[in-house]
Design a protein around this ligand. Structure first.
Ligand SMILES: NC(=O)c1ccc[n+]([C@@H]2O[C@H](COP(=O)([O-])OP(=O)(O)OC[C@H]3O[C@@H](n4cnc5c(N)ncnc54)[C@H](O)[C@@H]3O)[C@@H](O)[C@H]2O)c1
Length: 439
């Protein structure tokens, strides 16, 4: 199949590479500087194995790049749109990038018979897009095919998804989508477009709800000296609930959860319905960083002039994506309290904020710090030479915002280095002498 795919970000580039791997003839479209980079196999996103897979499919000639949507889609069987759909300041979804793509098509007299929307869009969008194409004289079916990949394991998630959802009107559209995904083993859910649009939002809202539930319970655990890991492993063992997304920590981030939750809240408002459960999910999440700062202040006393080493900038491991990362909220709040931040991340090298020093190694980031805070669960942080890292600091205080450190490391740093270890939703650990000192 000849597929033109517009938008080569975290979703679009992965989809382009995977559809090319499945044997389709793919042309990917984006803006000039991004396409120039991709033609030289330079990616501005970081995702495990993506660079190599991109080089392979490009070398085979299955994936090419273009900057002109009309030219790229002239002979295509379908045009897929995977551009960003951010939130506007008024809470509505900004469909500007999608409209820009369609406006280019409308200037031409031809359009592929199917436009597949992969971007996450509010309910009713596909109906509206199809109507505007029709008004411009283009007889094209708009199809909705949401994406559920997770950054950090995107290629694998794309090739081995839990399910594939098609929101379409005609059997011809369903046949086309089945052909496109031929080679991927997964249950296929076919429904009308409005339901498919809601499947995506409801899925992300539900996952965010699980995380906020675990975080809310972690507050209870902290109050009563229980351990959130034991509570949630007991809860998640119930097959009706499942163990995923039940880890307590510094809260969810990334480009999707907050945005999609907000979009769903706005969707409810448009029909006069409040969605209080989702409001609570966002509220619990918003409390995470202030709680972390409050813990630091209670341990430090006066935070002014203190130096915090932060390990992890990206919103999750195995990605360089900092969009809506909890780190950014932390940074803003540290600035307000006069706390200096020096950070390290295995792949993020800059964050564009003047108030943070991003350093080349976790050890240089820890030098002369008054506390270290683990913000992202990069597995390599558990492998660091923790006694050495703590030895470089002014004060051996570890806040584990992801409950990442294994018990062996914790007992070593607490017993040998006399560090204070502060996890989430579990009792703090420190040596007997440190405890006596604090009394
Ligand atoms: N990131 C995720 O994990 C994820 C998962 C599932 C769904 N989604 C949804 O997929 C969509 C894309 O997300 P993303 O994270 O890949 O976004 P992104 O910002 O990483 O990528 C969007 C790309 O579209 C390009 N673009 C925008 N307008 C364009 C135009 N007119 N012509 C050509 N290119 C254009 C941008 O230059 C950019 O490269 C969003 O709706 C998002 O909600 C994202």
């Amino acid at each position: 199949m000849r597929l033109t795919l517009v938008g080569t970000g975290y979703v679009g580039l992965v989809a382009a590479v995977c559809f090319a791997k499945l044997g389709h003839d793919v042309i990917a479209v984006d803006r000039e500087p991004i396409i120039r980079g991709l033609q030289e196999n330079k990616l501005n996103i970081w995702e495990p194995q993506l660079e190599q897979e991109l080089a392979d499919v490009s070398a085979k000639g299955n994936l090419r790049f273009e900057t002109d949507v009309v030219k790229a889609s002239a002979d295509a069987d379908a045009l897929m749109v995977a551009v960003g759909t951010p939130t506007r300041p008024d809470g509505h979804t900004d469909l500007g990038h999608i409209h820009e793509v369609l406006a280019q098509l409308m200037q031409s007299t031809t359009c592929p018979p199917f436009v597949i929307i992969k971007s996450t869009v509010p309910v009713g969008t596909c109906d509206e897009l199809e109507a505007s194409l029709l008004a411009a004289g283009l007889h094209t079916e708009v199809v909705f095919n949401p994406e559920f990949l997770r950054q950090g394991s995107a290629l694998n998630d794309f090739m081995e998804p839990d399910r594939i959802v098609f929101g379409c009107k005609t059997p011809q559209a369903e046949t086309l989508l089945r052909e496109l995904y031929d080679g991927i083993e997964a249950p296929i859910h076919v429904c009308e477009r409005r339901s498919a649009e809601l499947v995506k939002y409801a899925s992300n809202a539900f996952l965010a709800m699980k995380i906020s539930f675990a975080n809310m319970m972690s507050d209870v655990c902290e109050g009563y000296g229980a351990d959130i890991r034991h509570v949630m492993s007991g809860v998640g063992a119930d097959r009706r609930i499942g163990p995923e997304f039940l880890s307590a920590g510094v809260g969810y981030g990334g480009s999707c959860f907050s945005k999609d939750l907000q979009a769903l809240l706005t969707t409810g408002k448009l029909i006069g319905r409040s969605l209080p459960l989702l409001e609570a999910v966002a509220k619990v999440n918003d409390q995470r960083i202030p709680r972390m700062i409050a813990k630091l202040i209670s341990l430090w006393g006066n935070p002014l002039g203190k130096r915090l080493c932060v390990l992890g900038i990206s919103f999750k491991p195995n990605t360089n994506d900092v969009r809506d990362a909890p780190f950014l909220t932390l940074l803003a709040q540290c600035e307000r309290h006069g706390i200096e931040v020096q950070a390290y991340d295995p792949v993020v090298r800059q964050v564009g904020a003047k108030t943070v020093k991003v350093l080349e190694s976790p050890y240089t980031a820890a030098a002369t710090a008054d506390a270290v805070l683990i913000m992202t669960e990069w597995p390599q942080f558990a492998e660091l030479d923790w006694p050495y890292l703590l030895h470089l600091m002014r004060q051996p205080l570890v806040l584990d915002g992801r409950n990442l450190l294994p018990s062996g490391v914790i007992s070593q740093i607490v017993d040998v280095v006399k560090a204070v270890y502060v996890p989430v939703g579990r009792p703090m650990e420190c040596s007997l002498s440190a405890r006596e000192e604090s009394l």
